[in-house]
Design a protein around this ligand. Structure first.
Ligand SMILES: [Cu+2]
Length: 414
């Protein structure tokens, strides 16, 4: 990562080579991984609001690839889908260049043959900081994932098995590309944990040994006020930022996914990591009660401008198109899920607000790019297309569902 100060502001230049490598996810066990810069996760990209990010992707894989910048409000041609660029062929390069408008925990991942490329590790985090972040004693970026392995030890690929309708979940649970690592925190300190769920299909109902933590951010950055919880659901594609601690020296806590039924039966509680609390250190943390002002786009009685039937989306195949959206026209979309499974709905390029869930107003204000639509549930979202015309899309972020065609393209027109 190279930082250059120019008259127009800071420029962050990064070379990202997508290539195969030997991914040792736990000592003595490895698979053929695909990694940006030959590592999983790919390099952590860090920037400030207003910086220009310039990434040169070089494809050293034997299959085409792209990078989708998940959650970024960037120009349509930079979105990294095959609707806006030709996939980068083996041996070729492509330059992504855009300004970073929002402070948030974001991520980047392949958007071609995702069920294999993301599974094999083509993802990384992008942290963009604002000028007024809560004071914390430390920060950890934690990318959750899982691996489904065959008996011979390689990745069980989508299509090897009949899991189309459920999505693939594996028995190897990873944080930052390592199987069930040990995390550390100093006693008495409060850290900001930026959590990304990069798994193909696994829902993470996150618990830190049952202890309370504060959710301070979601997909689109800080939320209105901290929410003190003992668990939070993080679906594939989503991010949450937590204020974690303080704990006592010597404590050992399990970082687990609690049981959740997303339509394939209730899962078992599963450990992703452990947290060891080390010797005490002084704390300067100060997480204010008001984090950010978020004006509601609409109130809960607003009429929908569009209805998206997730069942039709699921069975519609690869060439679905939504009606165009005009710049400046407020969008109120009802996402209706009459299937037997939950689906994480992801909108490219724009943040939305969740207005209601099953008709009930949401109790906190936030900006999101991915929202869970529960089985037999409905979610109303609102968003404002700012002046970035072009081809955009929405899809289910269970990558196997996306691969089956649970997606639609639409144009933003000026
Ligand atoms: Cu789905």
């Amino acid at each position: 990562m190279q930082i250059e100060t120019t008259p127009g502001g800071r420029k962050i230049a990064v070379q990202l080579e997508a290539r195969e490598f030997d991914w040792e996810f736990t000592p003595g066990r490895s698979i053929r991984g695909f990694g940006f810069a030959g590592q999983v996760p790919g390099p952590l990209l860090e920037a400030e609001v207003g910086d220009t990010l310039v990434v040169e992707l070089t494809n050293r894989l034997d299959q085409p690839t792209t990078i989708h910048w998940h959650g970024l409000r960037l120009p349509a041609p930079m979105d990294g889908t095959e609707a806006v660029q030709r996939a980068v062929a083996p041996g070729e390069s492509f330059e992504y260049r855009f300004v970073l408008p929002d402070a948030a925990t974001l991520w980047y991942h392949s958007h071609v043959n995702e069920t294999e490329q993301v599974e094999r590790g083509l993802y990384g985090a992008l942290v963009v900081r604002g000028s007024d972040e809560p004071a914390v004693d430390g920060e950890q970026v934690l990318i959750f994932d899982d691996l489904k392995l065959r008996a011979d030890g390689d990745v069980a690929l989508f299509g090897d098995e009949h899991e189309h309708h459920a999505g693939r979940e594996g028995d190897v649970r990873l944080v930052n590309g390592r199987q069930e690592p040990e995390l550390e925190i100093s006693a008495g300190q409060i850290e900001r944990w930026r959590i990304v769920n990069a798994a193909n299909s696994r829902y993470v109902r996150l618990s830190l040994g049952g202890r309370p933590f504060s959710v301070i951010g979601t997909d689109g950055g800080l939320i209105g006020e901290p929410r003190e919880l003992t668990e939070v659901l993080v679906t594939p594609g989503e991010r949450v930022d937590l204020a974690v601690g303080p704990f006592e020296e010597g404590e050992l806590l399990d970082v687990t996914a609690l049981p959740y039924d997303r339509g394939k039966g209730e899962s078992e509680p599963e450990r992703f990591a452990t947290l060891r609390v080390g010797p005490a250190a002084p704390s300067q943390a100060d997480v204010p009660r008001a984090l950010r002002e978020i004006e509601p786009l609409v109130d809960s009685s607003a009429s929908p401008t569009r209805t998206i039937d997730m069942k039709a989306l699921m069975h519609g195949g690869h060439h679905q198109r939504g009606e165009p959206v005009r710049v400046g026209d407020l969008q109120v979309w009802d996402l209706i899920n009459e299937t037997g499974q939950d689906h994480p709905f992801h909108l490219h390029g724009f943040f939305f607000q969740v207005v209601t869930e099953d008709g009930k107003p949401r109790s906190f204000s936030s900006w999101e790019d991915t929202v869970n639509v529960p089985s037999n549930g409905q979610v109303r979202i609102a968003w404002l297309p700012d002046d970035r015309p072009g081809e955009w899309m929405y899809h289910c972020h269970i990558l196997e569902h996306h691969a089956m065609g649970m997606m639609a393209h639409f144009a933003v027109v000026s």
